[in-house]
Design a protein around this ligand. Structure first.
Ligand code: SF4
Length: 406
């Protein structure tokens, strides 16, 4: 059953940053902030100090208005407000699942005049002691994995680093996840720890290693200890297997790695994850064995979607264990989330348990991922498609309700 589409302001207490025609500084790295300051006349000797102030207010305090920046001079605050904003992408729809999972459909401002605005999703998955935000790295995807709904949406473009970081800011805004802010309350939210967003996974729309530059830059911003402070051990990049970029990611950036594996034989993986034709299993596993940031303490996660009668036999489970020998690995078995038009079905629970037992006996703990947010269609690409089915009138009504509630 689908949860009702909710106007953004119904689900959490934090204020929304108003959409703005001015360019936003939210999501920029230090270099781009310095350029923005220089462009409004801030002198060379002052720039570094001002960048540090902006960094603190944007990323540590979650400022949505320059007026909040009390240690910045009144004159500079006024000049900043004249030329820039701190706007986030517009929230088109916010959904809250009964289990606390939250999902946002976000509209990105056009990059060039006349460009149609594009939409991406971010999903927040809370647990008792952590909250994981799944972010998108591209609008659509080129890779056409046959079990994936996003793969049916053509690639429009890579996100910028700022657009990736802005997804994290939106989630923290909506959850009140900044010092001194009123935290969101509701079932399923973490009850331990100070932060609500503690982990980031690049598992939303798109192949992150095809948006390498943006993803790498975004990770540097997210992990900066003076700002959002999400350490690289808490950031996971999930790839379908863009082998040449895996080593580079480990060497240059060093986040945790996840592989969308889904099959243990090349003939089957060629169908499920077609990039396998370019980078077959042997090459992919070699890249994992030598991933610079991996160790027993920093295992690589292998995701394996359970498809009835396709990849779920005991022989597949045993082959999976053999394939991962020598790789510091965790295995995540994912019950398939069906979407309209798919030819696949989810494996029976009994089959999943048998598969999981074989993997467990081989030394991999708790490998079945509990399905989360099923009532709000948590599988990637689904919310976007659902909103596309809404009539123009329904969309207008949603927006009007959201505006009225502000
Ligand atoms: S699974 Fe990932 S890489 Fe494959 S089509 Fe879907 S979004 Fe793209």
């Amino acid at each position: 059953m689908y949860a009702p589409m909710m106007p953004a302001s119904d689900a959490a207490a934090a204020p929304l940053a108003a959409p703005s025609p001015l360019p936003s500084l939210a999501g920029l790295d230090r270099e781009k902030l310095a350029l923005a300051l220089a462009a409004i006349g801030v002198g060379e000797r002052e720039v570094k100090m001002r960048v540090n102030q902006l960094w603190h207010w944007i990323y540590l305090r979650g400022a949505t208005d320059f007026a909040e920046m009390t240690n910045v001079s009144k004159h500079l605050r006024a000049t900043l407000a004249e030329h820039y904003s701190l706007a986030r992408p517009e929230i088109v729809v916010e959904q809250v699942s009964q289990d606390g999972t939250r999902k946002w459909l976000l509209r990105l401002p056009a990059e060039t005049p006349g460009e149609r605005p594009h939409e991406v999703e971010a999903v927040y998955i809370p647990e008792r002691d952590r909250g994981t935000l799944c972010v998108s790295s591209q609008v659509g995807c080129t890779l056409n994995c046959s079990f994936c709904h996003t793969g049916t949406q053509r690639l429009v473009r890579n996100l910028t680093a700022a657009e990736i970081v802005a997804q994290v800011l939106v989630a923290r805004d909506r959850l009140g996840d900044y010092p001194g802010r009123e935290r969101a309350v509701g079932p399923g939210l973490p009850t331990e720890g100070e932060r609500l967003v503690t982990n980031i996974v690049f598992m939303g729309m798109g192949e992150p290693l095809y948006a390498y530059e943006s993803v790498a830059e975004a990770i540097e911003i997210l992990s900066d200890g003076d700002g959002l402070g999400l350490g690289k051990r808490r950031i996971t990049v999930s790839t379908s297997g863009v082998v040449p970029e895996i080593e580079r990611l480990g060497r240059e950036v060093g986040p945790m790695l996840a592989i969308s594996l889904h099959a243990v034989r090349d003939e089957l993986r060629d169908v499920l994850v077609p990039i396998n034709k370019k980078y077959p299993l042997a090459e992919l596993l070699e890249a994992c064995r030598t991933y610079p940031a991996a160790s027993n303490a920093k295992r690589i996660t292998f995701e394996y979607v359970m498809l009835k009668g396709v990849n779920d036999s005991p022989a597949d489970a045993k082959a999976l264990v053999r394939l991962l020998k020598g790789v510091p690995a965790k295995i995540n078995l994912i019950p398939f989330n069906p979407w309209p038009g798919t030819k696949y079905e989810c494996s029976d629970w009994e089959t999943i348990e048998k598969f999981s037992d074989i993997v467990f006996q081989a030394g991999y703990a708790s490998p079945v991922r509990t399905p989360r947010g099923r009532d709000i269609l948590a599988a990637c690409g689904q919310l976007k498609s659902e909103t596309e089915k809404l009539s123009a009138r329904e969309r207008l009504a949603l927006r009007a309700m959201a505006a009225a509630a502000e």
